[in-house]
Design a protein around this ligand. Structure first.
Ligand code: AMP
Length: 214
């Protein structure tokens, strides 16, 4: 099964994608993670990505289409994938359609995770992850049971994304409304758009997603 999780920064796309990896054996394809790996590697493209991400702006469509095109050609994707962070523009959505048609693949569901802007800034600025296993935490809503120790793996190092600050989040949100939200009617017209209440707690959102996939 091939899915897109669509929603603003902080909607819970990454959290739900990781759950779907565990429960359904799908592969999470996060363009944000791919870009962060490029930044970590250095090089001119990594430097460009670093600057654009820090500003909360979007990377050029052609580059993102190329990155996802390469990834989607790898054999592990054949069992099904969850796109997280792609497509982010109508042009990317159109390219994705062409790419999938080319490979004989189908998009089964596009799931919009709806959350109001007011809570997103608080969610995003407070979040962090275990540096070892990637489990997500939040300063207010989900602290480790023992302070400074990851519940899942016992790791003691945590990290925050450079772009999860109040100023950048505001720009990322306006980019979402201007550039990404127009994808919703696009997928509505294609008959694949579903919606879940991203304001609900994490387990309830998972239940709503499972009900769509059932
Ligand atoms: P994310 O981890 O999905 O929140 O993405 C972090 C940042 O990476 C975004 O704010 C953009 O700067 C960039 N980015 C990720 N995916 C895309 C995409 N599909 N198109 C353009 N820029 C992207």
């Amino acid at each position: 099964m091939n899915l897109i999780l669509l929603g603003p920064p902080g909607a819970g796309k990454g959290t739900q994608a990781r759950r779907l990896e565990d429960t359904r054996g799908l592969v999470q394809l996060s363009t944000g993670d791919m870009l962060r790996a490029m930044v970590a590697e250095g090089g001119p493209l990594g430097q460009q990505a670093k600057e654009i991400m820090a500003a909360g702006k979007l990377m050029p469509d052609e580059l993102m289409v190329e990155i996802i095109g390469e990834r989607i050609s790898k054999p592990d994707v054949a069992n099904g994938f969850i796109l997280d962070g792609f497509p982010r523009t109508v042009a990317q959505a159109e390219s994705l359609d062409a790419m999938l048609a080319d490979k004989g693949l189908k998009l089964h569901h596009v799931i919009e995770m709806r959350v109001v802007d007011e809570v997103l800034v608080e969610r995003v600025t407070g979040r962090y992850t275990c540096a070892k296993c990637g489990k997500g935490y939040h300063d207010l809503f989900e602290k480790p049971k023992v302070e400074g120790v990851c519940d899942s793996c016992g790791g003691t190092e945590f990290k925050r994304r450079a772009d999860d600050n109040a100023e950048t989040v505001t720009t990322r949100l306006s980019q979402y409304h201007q550039q990404t939200a127009p994808i919703l009617p696009y997928y509505q017209d294609h008959g694949v758009l579903k919606m879940v209440d991203g304001m609900a707690d994490i387990d309830e959102v998972s239940r709503q997603i499972e009900a769509i996939l059932a």
